[in-house]
Design a protein around this ligand. Structure first.
Ligand code: C2E
Ligand code: MG
Ligand code: MG
Ligand code: MG
Length: 271
């Protein structure tokens, strides 16, 4: 009895695993194809200054509409790309497209900075610094208007490796941000050593504001800590007026979230 049960369970997992592997292999192939054909594009989400209520920056977020499956989330295809060389192609694409777009908007008088996400696999790539320099030079975007976001968990995992490239990037004059803060395990000392400019509080803590005393206590201490080492604090995932009120009361500098605007194609954000 136990044996047949064990066997059928094994076959069930076997079938499911095979299906997952097949979807994944196919997606990976399709992603490679999409990169080659230029089918990936960036959506832009406003980042708002909480003192002036003005949009001071936009975050460029990669989008992929699969011809059969429809939109595939970056939380699915970025990790996939990170396991191969694809991440460097994707990264180069986002860099070129978004710097070009934002530089053009700035020339039209829309005074916003650009934030893009970097995977630590890209910090590995010797040509990253050159690619960024080239993108800035060819678009005329000032280095100080570009902010590179790296997630806390990735930074802590690859801290040693990241150090040198981050120093080179800082020398270019671009800004650096730690993304999804609170989900990793960095210490104040580590943060200080990285000499970042911005800290983004992960959405999971922002969601509970106004409802959970714990969330408020955590956000309060993150903001105090960040300000103590002169970091600008951005709250991610603000969806309600209540969350916004709490963040203002806690002296948070900037915020981003569906309350202000969802990520959109450039022509919708700036018609
Ligand atoms: P992230 O950098 O932390 O970006 C914020 C994510 O939260 C985005 O998800 C955004 O659409 C979502 N978001 C913003 N406001 C709200 C809100 O009010 N409520 C909710 N529920 N969600 C909100 P998205 O676009 O799916 O991207 C997911 C992650 O994928 C990003 O997280 C980033 O880590 C990664 N990613 C996206 N584009 C790139 C890229 O070009 N390169 C790299 N390396 N990673 C990227
Ligand atoms: Mg980000
Ligand atoms: Mg984030
Ligand atoms: Mg996040």
């Amino acid at each position: 009895q136990a044996k047949t049960l064990g066997r059928s369970r094994y076959e069930f997992f076997n079938v499911e695993l095979r299906m997952r592997l097949q979807r994944r292999l196919r997606l990976e192939q399709d992603l490679r194809d999409a990169v080659r054909r230029g089918r990936l594009w960036a959506a832009y989400q406003p980042v708002v200054d909480l003192r002036t209520n003005e949009t001071v920056a936009v975050e460029g977020l990669l989008r992929w509409t699969h011809p059969v499956h429809g939109p595939v989330s970056p939380t699915e295809f970025i990790p996939m790309a990170e396991e191969s060389d694809l991440i460097n192609l994707l990264g180069a694409h986002v860099l070129r497209e978004t710097t070009k777009e934002v530089a053009a908007r700035r020339a039209d008088g829309i005074d916003v900075d650009l934030k893009i996400n970097l995977s630590t696999r890209q910090l590995d790539d010797a040509s990253l610094v050159l690619a960024i320099e080239a993108a800035l030079a060819s678009t005329g975007l000032p280095p100080s208007a570009l902010c590179l976001e790296i997630t806390e968990s990735a930074l802590m995992r690859d801290a040693a490796l990241a150090g040198e490239t981050l120093a080179a990037l800082r020398n270019l004059g671009v800004r650096l941000a730690i993304d999804d803060f609170g989900t990793g395990y960095s210490s104040l000392a580590q943060l200080h050593k990285l000499t970042l400019d911005t800290l983004k509080i992960d959405r999971s803590f922002v969601t509970g504001l106004g409802e959970s005393a714990d969330a408020e206590a955590i956000v309060t201490s993150i903001i105090a800590m960040a300000h103590a080492v002169n970091l600008t604090v951005v709250a991610e995932g603000v969806e309600t007026e209540k969350q916004l009120e709490v963040l203002k009361a806690l002296d948070c500098d900037q915020a981003q979230g569906y309350y202000f605007g969802k990520p959109q194609p450039a022509h919708k954000l700036w018609p």
